[in-house]
Design a protein around this ligand. Structure first.
Ligand code: HEM
Length: 216
């Protein structure tokens, strides 16, 4: 499949998955939050800010891959790039508040690792762009967007992990259905991080090989 087509499918899947997850927060009412929030604290406003800026990062991130913008309108590409990096930073920093309220340590650690990887890869991409190291900038930005998409892949792997849990427990649910869902939701982000990391590094290596073959 052509890269353009893959990106279209990826964008459709990403918005198709993330918009319903965002929907309960459109009302700005903490009572509608899917994740438990302590009333009267900064947790809910921080979660809202995280979701808003993460969505801007998702939209501007996809637009950065559009040839029509990148090649024909470099100024717009640069401005969208700045919007992407700024929203990753705001969203990533805001996510530290809700993640510090997560009770399960393995789950909290997965969000923390993701936040650090998101901020680090975006910072490296931004610095490479400022220094006009274009190829390096591209590689780090693909890595950064790969981390943005963990929000999608982490949710996409949930049905597979439910199945894996059932199979690995000898086709039974020894501690019940609720425990299965809880355990899967504590592990899914780690799986998303590893999966996206592997896919991104494969893309990066393929691109490097292509560049070497064409003598660039
Ligand atoms: C890539 C780095 C990201 C990190 C570190 C991160 C972190 C977090 C954290 C800590 C929470 C609270 C979870 C809880 O309390 O159980 C959360 C929730 C949420 N995040 Fe992110 N997130 C990231 C990316 C994104 C992206 C790209 C989007 C896309 C719009 C997004 C949308 C959401 C939504 C909708 C929720 C609420 C989830 C729910 O109601 O079940 N996040 N995120």
């Amino acid at each position: 499949m052509k890269t353009k087509k893959i990106l279209w499918w990826l964008a459709i899947a990403s918005f198709g998955i993330m918009v319903p997850f965002m929907a309960p927060y459109f009302t700005l009412d903490p009572a509608g939050s899917r994740v438990p929030v302590a009333p009267g604290t900064v947790q809910y406003p921080a979660l809202l800010a995280h979701i808003l800026f993460a969505f801007i990062a998702l939209v501007s991130g996809f637009l950065q891959f559009a040839d029509r913008i990148r090649l024909r309108n470099p100024k717009l590409h640069r401005n969208l790039g700045k919007a992407y990096v700024a929203s990753v930073f705001l969203s990533g920093l805001m996510s530290l508040v809700p993640l510090s309220c997560i009770e399960n340590f393995a789950k909290a650690a997965s969000f923390l690792a993701l936040a650090i990887l998101w901020l680090f890869t975006s910072w490296k991409g931004y610095r490479a762009a400022v220094k006009h190291r274009i190829e390096e900038h591209r590689v780090w930005m693909v890595r950064s967007f790969g981390m943005t998409l963990v929000a999608v892949s982490g949710r996409l792997v949930v049905p597979l992990l439910l199945l894996a849990y059932y199979v690995l427990h000898g086709f039974s649910l020894p501690e019940g259905r609720e425990k299965m869902v809880e355990e899967v939701l504590n592990a899914n982000l780690w799986v998303g991080i590893v999966l996206n990391f592997a896919i991104v590094e494969w893309i990066v290596l393929r691109r490097m090989k292509g560049n070497q073959a064409s003598g660039r």
